[in-house]
Design a protein around this ligand. Structure first.
Ligand code: AVJ
Length: 668
């Protein structure tokens, strides 16, 4: 029997499997090992070091977790099961005949209570979403056998992609069970709740299982069972790192340490190392030293208060309608309803004033690419002319400029990735954008060999060594055109650098200030960038390499609009939009690194590439002169720059907010 599908992917990348009694939508599989490697790299590059708990749940890990749930000390699973058994009928009465979507469905065991209650009152639609295609596939098969009339449509993908796919399935109830939300940090929880709320239509439902705060003894016993399954669970992670990432952690040196952190209201589970060892992440060619006694956070399990969860959810238009609480081992099943967003009542005067000041400050935020016409002016062009104007002011020694408003720059970073390189394995990726300006598209596949790319732009401190080391006098470092420009302009350093009492300083918007060694070097030509690269035995990246390092998420085989993901930039994300009038120290936005671990690819300084400003195959845009620059600067309007934005300039120009990062061919 062919059933009618609920879900119809609009974009490509999805495939569909139909079997007896169910449909399965499979997302383009990414490179699982690379996704794992990048995640471990990110965790190990952070401070404090941590590992993402999702890697605990591979085949053997999921089996061990099943054992944990059977332990007498581990109450959450049994309690939730009890709550669902008791209240599924009531939940069904409250929400009515809605489709059921489950995030992180796994084996869908507890869901059976829900499905029993739903199928008891008529035909029902169930959409399990899980990243593991094996898990959803198996769950679909079993449920199809157990519930003959049930419409089952599984999705094997990330929560974000899955939630997007069911947008038109309505009305619906999205479930997130098992207190899995306790695995997320407060910041990740915000992102998760806003993603859920945004995907739901007013009137839709959200069912959330949350574990509640209780006596420390019970919590600590649940997360350190006497039979040792919790410990085995974390040993399995170490073993998985060894077998999948080519590491050789001595597993007998690893212990699991778990305790309840009262201040943060969460159980913390660590991999603790009894001896020093190395953790090698072979797919990305990184090695980390782990010290004797070091503890790496591998999972958190937050414990909640119902009222706090309810008010937090309310901020995302999720209103708590029903609560089902187990008093014996405090655990809650919370039923939220998505309510219509209430626009803030701002008086018209205030709104106009606010608009005016936003325009002054940043012209406005424009959606990436699109030339938005507001009040008859093209903001993309306006934003560009504003940046050109500032570049002219800065380039003119006679000009002085004091901005009318400035924000505090981000805090000085505790770790700056100066001189570090990141490895990008070879393979196919996509570049270009279809929705951007013509010159930035169309999106097309590229096949690149492996390369290395700078973890950050080259800094003043690094560039100073080149200046002091005679880089401007060593002709062998310069290309023919570069040499001509150097000779004609009598270049001895970047044009705005000045020597004061033997100290190299920078003339910055009319003031002379000492060079900050940690900030990216700026206002250098492509020739200077190339000479520097040759001096250190490296090269500049091509535009395709730059974009892959910024945008490509190999773990899910998708490009991200910005290095950090899908969210537009805010003040803590990137140095854009003239919030501060200068590039910031490298390492200033540690959470904004790309999949491959590159910092500050967007904002701070435009970055020279080796690529000429040719049009992409299939583009209708006219050719441009000069060389491609990528990434935008501190003076670029936030909305007009993304991973795909192509800017161009004469390679001789030293009057742009342009710097560069290095590239290299990987050592064999
Ligand atoms: C799967 C996140 C619900 O936090 O109770 C149990 C994970 N880790 N024991 C939990 C877990 C170790 C579990 N969740």
């Amino acid at each position: 029997m062919k059933s009618q599908a609920l879900v119809h992917p609009k974009q490509g990348g999805w495939s569909r499997v139909e079997d007896d009694g169910y449909i399965l939508h499979l997302d383009t599989p990414g490179d699982a090992a690379l996704g794992f490697a990048a995640s471990v790299m990110h965790g190990m590059d952070g401070y404090p070091r941590r590992l993402d708990p999702r890697w605990l749940y591979d085949g053997p890990g999921s089996d061990i977790y099943e054992r944990i749930t059977e332990q007498p000390e581990y109450y959450p699973m049994r309690t939730e099961d009890r709550l669902l058994a008791k209240n599924a009928g009531n939940i069904r009465d409250v929400v009515g005949d809605v489709a059921v979507v489950e995030l992180g469905s796994g084996s869908s065991t507890k869901t059976r209570h829900i499905l029993d209650a739903w199928t008891a009152s008529g035909p029902t639609r169930y959409v399990p979403v899980d990243i593991s295609s094996a898990a959803v596939g198996a769950a679909c098969k079993q449920l199809a056998a157990a519930y003959p009339g049930l419409h089952i449509e599984g999705i094997a993908s990330t929560y974000t992609r899955g939630v997007e796919l069911v947008r038109d399935v309505g009305p619906r109830m999205v479930m997130f069970l098992g207190s899995t939300i306790g695995n997320l940090s407060p910041d990740e929880t915000q992102g998760f709740l806003s993603m859920i709320a945004d995907s739901l239509a007013p009137g839709d439902w959200f069912l959330l299982g949350v574990d509640l705060v209780k006596e420390v003894e019970r919590l600590e016993a649940a997360y350190n069972d006497s039979a040792g399954y919790t410990a085995a669970f974390f040993h399995n992670l170490a073993a998985r790192i060894n077998s999948e990432l080519g590491a050789s952690i001595p597993t007998d040196a690893v212990r699991m340490v778990s305790y309840f952190n009262t201040d943060l209201s969460r159980v913390e589970m660590y991999l603790a190392f009894d001896r020093a060892c190395e953790l090698r992440v072979e797919p990305l060619k990184r090695t980390y030293r782990i010290a004797a006694g070091e503890m790496i956070l591998a999972e958190i399990s937050r414990k909640f208060h119902v009222e706090a969860v309810a008010s937090n959810a309310a901020r995302f238009d999720l209103s708590l309608e029903q609560r089902y609480v187990d008093e014996e081992s405090p655990f809650a099943m919370l039923l939220f309803r998505r309510v219509a967003s209430v626009p803030h009542p701002i008086p018209a005067e205030v709104r106009r004033l606010r608009q005016a000041s936003t325009r002054l400050r940043e012209l406005t935020t424009v959606l990436p690419g699109a030339a938005v016409d507001v009040d008859g002016c093209d903001f993309r062009a306006l934003a560009a002319s504003q940046e050109r104007l500032l570049e002219r002011i800065q380039s003119d020694p006679e000009c002085w400029y004091d901005p009318p408003f400035q924000e505090r720059p981000p805090p000085r970073p505790s770790r700056s990735p100066v001189g570090e390189m990141r490895y990008v394995p070879g393979g196919r990726s996509f570049m270009g954008a279809d929705d951007g300006a013509d010159f930035d598209g169309p999106r097309h596949p590229v096949e690149l060999p492996a390369f290395c790319i700078g973890a950050a732009p080259v800094t003043n401190g690094e560039y100073l060594l080149f200046v002091l080391g005679g880089g401007y006098r060593d002709e062998a470092l310069w290309s023919e055109e570069g040499l001509a420009a150097l000779a004609a302009g009598l270049w001895v350093a970047p044009s705005h650098w000045v020597l004061r009492d033997g100290l190299w300083c920078a003339r910055w918007f009319g003031r002379v200030v000492p060079l900050d060694p940690l900030r990216p070097v700026v206002m250098v030509s492509a020739w200077e960038a190339e000479a520097y690269a040759r001096w250190v035995g490296k090269r500049l990246p091509s535009e395709a390499e730059w974009e892959k390092a910024a945008a490509w998420d190999a773990g899910i085989a998708m490009s991200r609009p910005w290095p950090w993901g899908d969210e537009t930039a805010g003040p803590m994300t990137a140095n854009l939009g003239l919030r501060v009038l200068e590039p910031t120290a490298v390492g200033s936005y540690p959470e904004s690194r790309s999949f491959y671990g590159c910092h500050q690819m967007i904002g701070d300084v435009w970055e020279w590439t080796t690529s000429a400003a040719d049009v992409y195959p299939g583009s209708g845009a006219p050719e441009k002169p000069g060389r491609i620059l990528r990434g935008g600067s501190f003076a670029t309007t936030t909305g007009v720059v993304s991973n795909t934005r192509r800017e161009w300039a004469d390679p001789s120009s030293r009057d742009r907010f342009s710097g560069f990062r290095l590239a290299d061919c990987p050592a064999p």
